[in-house]
Design a protein around this ligand. Structure first.
Ligand code: NAP
Length: 242
């Protein structure tokens, strides 16, 4: 089970879970394309990455709320120029913004959240798919949440987006896994100590949550040959005996 030399795009790599996956995967020899909207946070992560050669990794500053077909093609071009190929995507970036009743959620925030959490993943997946299907064990990993399966008041457009991502991941799976050697997974990392979690649970003691590093074996398994034969496609952290 190794991610060594795998070329993986991680969205939301500047913070939280995506940052930890980036730092740990880099230690294991993966070549990473880090994507986030905050350039200085992204540079700070880039500077911490292990990588023996100059330009081993690639950093792409991109606000996913503004992504369109053209900018996705520019991302593809940057990956092609830097690496010439791509093994997979971890669609990890997401925004919650705030907890609020739906009737109080501003329409512009609704649109922004759906753009970042859902539409950008659709655009990036369809644009980069041609690269991923050329690889032997191509992967697209979507990120879920318990609010994708159990509606919860006040989770707003974030919950709606995660419901929709669950459906979209399933459609991609049905349409692609039969004709390409690719696996499409959707993973709910469970309660994890990040800035997003703090918005939802400001008074929670972070010490009661698992460390972000505990998620790494899950992501490694998704990219392993071992996961080629599984029929399961929706996973929760608790499915892994960690
Ligand atoms: P986080 O710490 O808030 O990090 C979110 C990441 O998404 C950041 O790197 C942020 O980068 C990026 N992002 C947000 N808006 C963006 C935009 N407009 N354009 C580009 N990147 C953007 O969140 P997290 O808790 O690690 O969450 C990671 C994933 O896990 C999410 O999909 C979340 O839904 C899921 N999840 C988390 C938990 C939990 O308990 N933490 C539980 C279940 C599921 P910038 O700041 O650079 O924009």
């Amino acid at each position: 089970m190794s991610v060594k030399d795998k070329i993986i795009l991680i969205t939301g790599a500047s913070d939280g879970i995506g940052k930890t996956v980036a730092l740990e995967f880099a230690k294991k020899g993966a070549k990473l394309i880090l994507l986030g909207s905050n350039g200085s946070k992204l540079s700070a992560v880039y500077d911490q990455l292990s990588g023996v050669e100059k330009d081993y990794h690639l950093s792409l500053e991109c606000d996913l709320s503004l992504l369109n077909d053209k900018s996705a093609i520019e991302i593809e071009a940057a990956i092609l120029e830097h690496y010439g190929r791509l093994d997979g995507i971890i669609h990890n970036a997401a925004t919650l913004k705030k907890m609020t009743p739906l009737i109080d959620l501003e329409t512009n925030l609704w649109e922004k959240i759906l753009k970042v959490n859902l539409t950008s993943e659709f655009i990036i997946t369809k644009t980069l798919l041609n690269l991923i299907v050329k690889e032997e064990n191509g992967r697209v990993i979507f990120t879920s949440s318990n609010v994708a399966t159990q509606p919860k008041a006040f989770w707003g457009a974030y919950a709606v987006s995660k419901f929709a991502v669950k459906g979209m991941a399933e459609l991609f799976r049905q349409e692609l896994e039969n004709i390409h050697q690719i696996k499409i997974f959707n993973f709910d990392p469970g309660p994890s100590p990040t800035s997003m979690r703090e918005i939802a649970f400001p008074n929670e003691d972070k010490e009661t949550l698992k460390s972000l590093e505990k998620l790494i074996p899950c992501y490694e398994w998704f990219f392993s040959e071992e996961s080629n034969t599984t029929n399961q496609h929706y996973f929760k952290f608790s499915d892994f005996k960690i």
